[in-house]
Design a protein around this ligand. Structure first.
Ligand code: HEC
Length: 129
């Protein structure tokens, strides 16, 4: 091998090594940015003020009000955007997908929730999985 092609091989090797952390991050996180501790704390506050009324402060659900959100299959199956959309519209009692006969109101019945509040509360829901 000439010293020129050796240098090219070395550069390629360095470039590949530099890419490894990014490839790993994309593979593990599905490319989605990870929620910060601040986001999760803000989401917990939203949960306690808006969602805990029905889902309980411990998020284990309350009879005839809201479901257990720990190790929850629905949350597990949905991506963040789908959960954000779900929280925005809720699930009427007449919705064929409703499982309890009790309605989940849009934005948990709190129209004052902002987009950021909902993004944060979804980050909090992820910590219950
Ligand atoms: C007025 C009561 C009430 C409030 C407040 C409420 N929920 Fe719900 N939620 C429900 C009910 C009832 C269901 C179950 C609907 C059904 O039977 O399918 C539900 C279902 C859910 C589900 C789907 C669980 C599953 O297994 O299908 C998620 C996720 C959820 N709620 C998140 C939230 C979040 C986040 C908030 C706060 C922003 C919130 N809820 C506020 C009543 C409520």
């Amino acid at each position: 091998m000439t010293s020129h092609s050796l240098r090219i091989v070395q550069r390629l090797a360095v470039a590949i090594l530099l890419m490894i952390p990014f490839v790993l991050a994309a593979a593990c996180g599905g490319g989605a940015p990870k929620a910060s501790p601040e986001q999760i704390a803000a989401g917990e506050k939203v949960f306690m003020t808006t969602c805990a009324t029905c889902h309980g402060k411990d998020a284990h659900g309350l009879p005839k009000l809201g479901k257990d959100l720990h190790a929850n299959q629905f949350i597990h199956e949905k991506n963040d955007q789908e959960l954000i959309d779900y929280v925005k519209v809720g699930r009427l009692a007449t919705d064929p997908l409703n499982t309890t006969g009790v309605a989940m109101p849009p934005k948990g019945g709190n129209p004052a929730l902002s987009e950021t509040d909902i993004v944060n509360v979804v980050a909090y829901l992820r910590t219950l999985e």
